[in-house]
Design a protein around this ligand. Structure first.
Ligand code: CTP
Ligand code: MG
Length: 229
């Protein structure tokens, strides 16, 4: 099985609010996106890794990933995550032998526990998509614009989706080409065309860096040996 991966790094990091997009910030001496790439490649199951970055940042991203095996020349993304993923999928489709499976991973997620990629790929035998996710443990409230509770949302059956998300390549490409509107993850795009997506156990360590405190939390967790690396 030919497995390719997209490393999604074309975001601006508006909520984080640093001078540089969060994927370029240092985490224990290496940029966040290099951690994310190393985590994807660690188990040796991903043959090709295609970074998708903001237009004009291709050389910078290539330099930051220098020396890692199977990294392709970065391609420019779009102004939404969905458009960036589409650009990456189209580039993969026209670059060399077609992938059987593709992983789509956020460059802003530096920690992917060992074994995650293998479990996701194994799940593709049963479904065209598989994602790591965790059951919701907090009580969920719906609020109105003024910050008052409207209702309590039953958390039964609710999961928080993470990445890397794994797909049979032809199915994800077709779903993206057909997809209406905007989805915040790729499972949502497959779901929109009726594709089945399996839930695989995710990890609390797989933090998406969104706010500065997330970066501090991951740095502390890695330093203390509490997160896999
Ligand atoms: N991403 C992308 N192209 C976009 C938007 C996002 O490749 N147009 C990537 C980001 O670089 C990130 C991942 O998708 O690795 C998840 O997105 P998110 O956490 O929302 O990152 P940003 O969009 O950069 O952050 P913000 O929404 O706060 O601006
Ligand atoms: Mg965003």
């Amino acid at each position: 099985m030919q497995v390719s991966a997209l490393l999604m790094a074309a975001g601006r990091g508006a909520r984080f609010g640093a001078d540089a997009p969060k994927q370029y910030l240092p985490l224990l001496g290496r940029p966040v996106l290099r951690h994310a790439a190393e985590a994807l490649l660690r188990d040796g199951l991903v043959e090709r890794l295609l970074p998708v970055c903001a237009p004009g940042e291709e050389a910078r991203v290539a330099a930051l990933l220098d020396g890692l095996p199977g990294v392709l020349a970065p391609v420019p993304g779009g102004d939404t995550r969905q458009r960036s993923v589409r650009a990456g999928l189209e580039a993969l489709a026209s670059a060399g032998p077609a992938a059987d499976a593709v992983l789509v991973h956020d460059a802003a997620r530096p920690v992917v526990p060992a074994g995650t990629v293998a479990r996701l790929l194994a799940a593709l035998a049963e479904a065209p998509g598989a994602i790591p996710a965790q059951r919701v443990t907090d009580t969920l409230k719906r609020g109105d614009a003024s910050g008052r509770i409207v209702s309590t949302v039953p958390r039964e059956g609710l999961w928080r989706a993470q990445t890397p998300q794994a797909f049979r390549f032809p199915e994800l490409l077709a779903a993206h080409r057909a997809a209406p509107g905007e989805a915040t993850d790729d499972a949502g795009i497959l779901e929109a065309v009726g594709g089945a997506v399996a839930l695989v156990e995710g990890s609390e360590s797989n933090v998406k860096i969104t706010f500065p405190e997330d970066l501090s939390r991951v740095a502390a967790g890695l330093s203390a040996g509490l997160m896999p690396r």
